[in-house]
Design a binder for this molecule. Structure first.
Ligand code: NI
Ligand code: MN
Length: 228
C-alpha cells in the first residue's frame, strides 16, 4: 500500500482501493492539492472537526465515494446528499475491497458548519484501514493504554500518530503510543500545520527510541509518501 501524507491528518492510502482519510484540503496551508482533483473510492472521516471533515462532501460527491464515519457524522453527511456508511467504535465494515474498523480515540467530535452552526458529531474515532496494507490512523486523540490492544488485535503495518500537542498527544505521549502499538512503521502527523501546534518531529523520534519502540520512524513532508 502507498500512503501519501497530504498534510495535517489527511492521507491518501492506495491499496486495493483508493482511500482518503480526513480530507481537510481547503484552508490547509500544507497542501496545494485541489479537492476537485482528488480521486478516491472511499473516504474515512475520524471525527467532525473542520480540520478532518474538511472537503468530504465535495470530494465524496465528485467521486461517488462511500464515506465511513461514526453514526452521527454519517447521518449528517447523508443529509448533504453523500453516500455514507454509519458505524461506531469497535465495529468494522467492508466497502469494495477494503475493511474499515473504527477504534477508540479520546477527543471531542462536533462539526462547526458554516451553514448550520454546531452539528453534534458523536464520538471522535481512530480507524484501522485494511486495503492490501493495514494502517492505524489514530485520528485526534490523547494517549490511552488500550492503543496496545489496538496494536495486538489488528497488527497494523503502519501507525499514523498526531504529535501536535494542545488538541492531541504531543511528541512525548506519541512516543509512548508508538511503543504501545508496536507497528513496524510509524509516521507523525497533525503538527506544524498552524503555529499553535508547531512541533519538532525529531523530538517525537527521540521519545519513540526512549520508550524502546523498535520499528521505523519515518518523518515525511506533506506530499511525500511511503510504502507498507
Ligand atoms: Ni479534532
Ligand atoms: Mn484536528
Amino acid at each position: 500500500m502507498r500512503a501519501e501524507w497530504i498534510g495535517h491528518a489527511a492521507w491518501l492510502l492506495e491499496g486495493k482501493d483508493k482511500v482518503l482519510v480526513d480530507p481537510f484540503i481547503t484552508g490547509n496551508p500544507k497542501t496545494d492539492r485541489k479537492p476537485a482533483a482528488l480521486r478516491c473510492d472511499i473516504i474515512v472521516v475520524t471525527h467532525g472537526h473542520n480540520d478532518h471533515l474538511g472537503d468530504t462532501v465535495e470530494i465524496a460527491k465528485k467521486n461517488n465515494a462511500t464515506v465511513c464515519a461514526v453514526h452521527e457524522i454519517a447521518v449528517y453527511l447523508e443529509a448533504q446528499g453523500v453516500k455514507a456508511e454509519g458505524m461506531n467504535k469497535g465495529g468494522s465494515i467492508k466497502v469494495k475491497n477494503t475493511t474499515i474498523r473504527l477504534v477508540e480515540a479520546i477527543h471531542s467530535g462536533d462539526y462547526n458548519s458554516p451553514k448550520e452552526g454546531m452539528v453534534p458529531g458523536g464520538s471522535a474515532t481512530g480507524a484501522v484501514i485494511e486495503s492490501g496494507g493495514k494502517v492505524y490512523h489514530a485520528g485526534d486523540t490523547a494517549l490511552f493504554s488500550d492503543m496496545k490492544l489496538i496494536g495486538q488485535l489488528y497488527r497494523p503495518d503502519l501507525a499514523l500518530l498526531p504529535i501536535g500537542d494542545r488538541y492531541t498527544m504531543g511528541p512525548k505521549e506519541a512516543g509512548w503510543a508508538a511503543a504501545f502499538v508496536e507497528a513496524p512503521a510509524v509516521v507523525p502527523m497533525h503538527y506544524s500545520t498552524f503555529p499553535i501546534i508547531e512541533q519538532d518531529p525529531f523530538e517525537f523520534e527521540e521519545h519513540c527510541k526512549k520508550k524502546g519502540y523498535k520499528g521505523e520512524v519515518t518523518i515525511l513532508n506533506p506530499g511525500e509518501h511511503l510504502k507498507v
